[in-house]
Design a protein around this ligand. Structure first.
Ligand SMILES: N[C@@H](CCC(=O)N[C@@H](CS)C(=O)NCC(=O)O)C(=O)O
Length: 202
C-alpha cells in the first residue's frame, strides 16, 4: 500500500500530515504550488475536482474508476487512515462506537468548530460557547474520546480538534483564552509533541 498526500504549505493538509507522523504511517508528500494555482489545474483536478487540499491517493484500494482510491476532505481522509490496518478501531469490543465517535468529532471540528473559529472576530460569543463546552469535557479526561475506555491513545479526532484549538492563538491572538485553562494546557501539550512539529510545523 502506498499513500500520497497532496497539500500546500500552511494548509489543512498539515493536520493529516500530523496524524501520519503521529502514527508512523509511511507516506509520500506532494506539495502543490498553490500560489501559482497548481491545485486548480490538471493533474490535481483529477484527484480533487474541487481543487482543494488535502487530497490522498491510496493505491492499496481501488476506486470506482478502477484506479487507486482518491479521497478529498480532511475529515474523510483522517477517518480512512484511522480505520486502516492496525488502526484505531482494532478492538472489536469498542470498534463500532469508537469509529462513530471519531466521525462525530471530525465532523464537529470541520463543520462546527472550524466555522466558529473563522467567524471568531465577528461572533466571539459563539466560539466561546463551544470552547466552554470543550473546557468542561476536557475536565473529564485527558482526551475528548476518553471516558469509560480510559485513555484510548492519540487519535485522528485529537489531531483535528487540537489543530483547530492551536489555530486560535495564531489567527485570533486577541481572543482571551485565559478563561479556558484546560484548553490552554492542551494547546501547549499538543503543540510540543514531536509529531506536531514534524507535521504542522511545515
Ligand atoms: N473542508 C475542506 C476544506 C479544504 C480547503 O478549503 N482547503 C484550502 C486550503 S486550507 C484550499 O485548498 N484552498 C484553495 C482554494 O480554495 O483555492 C477540508 O477539510 O479538506
Amino acid at each position: 500500500m502506498a499513500l500520497t498526500l497532496y497539500g500546500g504549505a500552511r494548509s489543512r493538509a498539515s493536520i493529516v500530515r500530523w496524524y501520519l507522523e503521529e502514527k508512523g504511517i509511511a507516506y509520500s508528500w506532494h506539495q502543490l504550488e498553490m500560489a501559482a494555482g497548481e491545485h486548480r489545474t490538471e493533474p490535481f483536478l483529477s484527484i480533487n475536482p474541487f481543487g482543494k487540499v488535502p487530497a490522498l491517493v491510496d493505491d492499496g484500494l481501488s476506486g470506482p474508476d478502477g484506479g487507486p482510491l482518491k479521497l478529498f476532505e480532511s475529515g474523510a481522509i483522517l477517518l480512512h487512515l484511522a480505520q486502516g490496518p492496525g488502526g484505531e478501531f482494532s478492538d472489536p469490543a469498542t470498534a463500532d462506537a469508537r469509529r462513530s465517535l471519531t466521525a462525530q468529532w471530525l465532523l464537529f471540528a470541520n463543520a462546527t468548530l472550524g466555522p466558529a473559529l473563522i467567524a471568531g472576530k465577528e461572533k466571539p460569543e459563539e466560539l466561546d460557547r463551544q470552547l466552554a463546552v470543550l473546557e468542561e469535557l476536557l475536565g473529564r479526561g485527558s482526551s475528548l474520546l476518553a471516558g469509560s475506555w480510559g485513555d484510548p491513545g492519540w487519535g485522528a479526532a485529537d489531531c483535528v480538534l487540537q489543530a483547530y484549538l492551536a489555530y486560535i492563538p495564531l489567527f485570533l491572538p486577541e481572543h482571551d483564552l485565559s478563561r479556558f485553562p484546560r484548553i490552554g494546557a492542551t494547546i501547549a501539550a499538543a503543540t510540543a509533541r514531536p509529531a506536531y512539529l514534524r507535521g504542522m510545523g511545515r
